[in-house]
Design a protein around this ligand. Structure first.
Ligand SMILES: [Zn+2]
Length: 227
């Protein structure tokens, strides 16, 4: 067992459980960089340097085509996802005394369970706006069309693509969420291998998690453009 664990550690090349569930400080991780304010609406926001380099190349190409790409979210830690997003949404449900698997299922349509977000890896970014209304505007449609046509040239794909036209399970479609595949697919595989529900035990609602099969249905799936 010890040898097996050792081999897993070597195989994943420094990718450990804490990294995969976002339980680390990006300012102390040499693979992570602060995004220049030119590219983002947020201050002091981090992403993985390789995903960032690819984004900058994509950004320039988009600009030449009249498309402005702005990062509105990138790396999010476990504690941010838990304290600033998840616990607030969970607490709002407490008012109605609705805490069960169905509540959890509804929250999981658009909010990642802390420890299962692709934003933990620094490979995934939200672009321009996290609202469907934006992507329904003429300019939003243009942006989305450009990304669909060109993002793959820079290693980016849309993991939360339309669910109706594919057999994808998990989070609802997010036109704004783009993932740097060369790294993200590696971290996704590592997540599938190393993370268990036991690693998510501290999160509120954990006791309702089992029937939802979150690790298989929400982490393991991906949009067709990410294959
Ligand atoms: Zn996102």
């Amino acid at each position: 067992m010890v040898l097996f664990s050792f081999l897993i550690l070597i195989f994943w090349d420094g990718v450990d459980r804490n990294f995969l569930i976002g339980n680390f400080d990006p300012s102390k991780n040499t693979d992570f960089v602060v995004i220049n304010p030119e590219f983002t609406t947020k201050s002091e926001i981090y992403m993985h340097s390789k995903a960032y380099e690819a984004f900058k190349t994509m950004y320039k190409a988009a600009k030449k085509d009249g498309i402005q790409l702005t990062i509105v979210s990138a790396f999010r830690s476990f504690s941010y996802q838990n304290n600033n997003i998840w616990e607030k949404k969970w607490a709002a449900q407490a008012k109605n005394n609705q805490h069960d698997t169905i509540t959890l299922y509804n929250l999981l349509k658009y909010s990642a369970f802390p420890g299962t977000s692709r934003h933990h890896w620094g490979t995934d970014i939200d672009l321009n706006s996290v609202s469907d209304q934006y992507f329904d505007t003429p300019y939003g449609k243009k942006v989305y069309k450009w990304l669909n046509k060109n993002a793959s040239k820079y290693g980016y794909c849309q993991p939360y693509s339309d669910k109706k036209s594919t057999n994808r399970t998990g989070y609802e479609a997010e036109k704004w969420h783009w993932s740097y595949t060369p790294l993200a697919s590696r971290f996704q595989k590592a997540h599938i291998s190393l993370i268990t529900e036991n690693d998510l035990k501290s999160v509120k609602g954990n006791e309702w998690l089992k029937p939802l099969n979150i690790l298989e249905k929400y982490v393991s799936t991906k949009g067709t453009s990410c294959n």
